[in-house]
Ligand binder design. Sequence first.
Ligand SMILES: [Zn+2]
Length: 274
Amino acid sequence: MKRLSLPFGYSMQSGQIVVLDTERTIVERIYSEYLSGASAGQIATALNDAGIAYKDVRGWNKNIVYRILDDIRYRGENGFPALICLEKWLAVAARRKEKATPYMEPAFQVVRKKLVCANCEGKLTRHLRKNKTAWWECRLCGRQTGVMDDADICHLIQKKLTWLYRNPHHIRNDGSAAQVSLESVRLERELTRLLADPTAEASKLDALAKQITQLRYLAIDPQNHAYKTEQILKTLNGTASQKDAADLLQKIVSRILLDKNGSVQVKLINGQIV
Ligand SMILES: [Zn+2]
């Protein structure tokens, strides 16, 4: 009965966890086949076809295979003897991460809250067309996009988050201070232009001045910057299971920048734009 609570490949003998050689071969096979490109479903089918028994009488399925691939005990942790060498286990983990779709598409309402003009970060007015399509106009600088599908914007965000998840090494602390100051130069130029324009609205000037102040604050506070960067990495770093994109947007993205050509970038809480 004890046997049931142990992972496949192990047995309890005189109070000791020992490796079952027949099952070790199968665990090794699963890891090797996955690394050579077989999907979890294909591996499960092949095991069932070969008449190899699993402790569950219903046989193998892809979820059992995933559980085996993700189980850190096979690399010799938590008091279990290693079945798979660390190198191979990590190679599988990397591949799992590569193939994962870590984020669901975020809901449009969540995206919309953070959507701003890529040129000046001004708020956008949504000019509704039909069937969840709209064109967007910046209230600050007046830039306009073509007609866009709400769902396409959400999909672009999902792709961006997935890219971030796979490339956390692109998130860095250095260099973004320069990026921040470049941006304030651009905003200050915009402010000068607006100040010279007698038709410019006071609210626009206010908003712009506020943004510049915020940016300056970020630029002179490297500690806060490092802290934010670490926070981003911590949030991104996790298992390969699906995560809540809305939650991620909430935690690491300060703005979603929509450009007039319909492209989307995100501005992270450390000021970095990706
Ligand atoms: Zn704008």
